[in-house]
Design a protein around this ligand. Sequence first.
Ligand code: XIL
Length: 552
Amino acid sequence: MRSESSSLRKRRYGALLARALSSPVALLGAVSAACGSPSPAASEGGGSGAPVEVETAESQPSDERAPDVVAEQELVGLRRAARAAGKLIGAAVEAPALRDDATYGEVLAREFDYVTPEDAAKWGALSPAAGAYAWDDLDSIVDFAERQSQKIKGHTLIWHQQLPAWVNEAMTAEQLRAALESHIELTLTRYRGRVRAWDVVNEAVDVSTESGYTDSIFWRKLGPSYIEDAFRRARAVDPDVLLFYNEVGIERMGPKSDFTYTLMRELLERGVPIDGIGLQSHVSTHRYPAESDLRANIRRFAELGLRVNISEADVRTLLMPGDQASRWQAQRVAFQQIVGACVVEPGCEGVTLWGFSDAYTWINDDGSADDPLIFDRTYAPKPAYDGVLVGLSGVLPELGENLVANGDFALDEESWSAPGAVLAVADAIDRNGRAACVSERTGGEGDALAQTGLVDRLSMGGPFSFSAWVRLRGAPSDTVNATLLLQEAAPQPRALSLATVGATDAGWVQLAGYFGLGFEGAVTAITLELHGPAAGVELCVADVRVQALTAP
Ligand code: XIL
């Protein structure tokens, strides 16, 4: 059984290799074939050279059985840069766009070496009726990717969204279990040897629930063991494919990432076959993980023995004020930071973008159109394209000097005020350096810890990184905000929210975000304020920073 499938794979990659080597235009020929016009290079047996035997790994899942068959010098753009970096650069792909838009296929083939079906492999898409399977869309994506010598990640076997209507609460636990097992078996068997990796379980964690698990039909009927059962079943069906857990909102360190980390560690300790983890990374220009945060998170998952993927990256811009040029520059920085962090962390094997043209992004589906991807709607590369390209060379954005005066409170209260409360600077408790504490707060405007005089320092408009550490006294938890007040032509200043965090009296938490200014006319004053907890609660603040972000 095993040696038979292994020799099948040898034949397939041998043919691919021969085809790719036989003609320098094989890639382009195959694109046009996918888009409707016949191509001799893409047709079966189109290659002229003798098939080359490629050894396959027998011991455990690895990439050796799917070698890179196209030479680096034949590649261009992101694909070439990713190969040079030894990382994968992927994109989510929509079957209708691939079918109907020739340029979509051309750009996909040119720029990416890893393909994820955006919707075509979801359970609801594959099995609209009980017992019936519609493979056409997924087949078309897998066929295309193979013609382009792209690797493929299946997404996703088990997710509580986009389920078939026939998977519902009326099912008994036994029926649901049987349906899941059969779905895993049919899908993995069909693409065995062709798909490099599968997202086996997607988004099973939700720390807003009591249990920490997503309140899904699977969790309700089967309990959390459905997760490990799915991985074990998948491994039994295909011993060679890489099995991934995929999750939203775990890019940064924090309660959800911590919960997922512990879950992965416990499952791995029990021998559950999980090969990798995907950090989705749906972010925006004002909110994405700091470099150190993302890298530390990648590292801890990698230290569990997991391959780490950035699996669904996109960067919304419309929550940031300013014109398109400044929003797109901020987006470039964000992409460069995410991709660059992956490139410099050995445990990260690649970045998949959740689409590549703003003409086709799921963000547009819910009515809130945005421009979160790296090509515009006409396939012109945006600054974000350069962010990915430069990030692939391992160059990360740079943070400039701290633009906040006396941000570390080394000069005591200098440059700071809290006119309606009592401001005192002292050695910080439980951390190095000094901290400013605002007490006897009455709930009025003068409660905030404020610094004015930032006009000259922030006049270049951004993008900027903001960070401060905050702690409470007098309440176990409350919200703390950072706001910029911009005094422009209007009589009242315009408030721009920089960051919000749930602070506690148990330790310091970081209040952090990214921002751009987007001035509305001449600005005469800019004030930074840290504020929020209820009257009477003391707010302590340390290490306040605003730094310009540049993308070399
Ligand atoms: C999205 C697709 O992009 C949309 O086309 C679809 O309508 C909804 O799902 N997390 C995931 C992805 O794991 O499967 C989701 O994809 C985006 C969020």
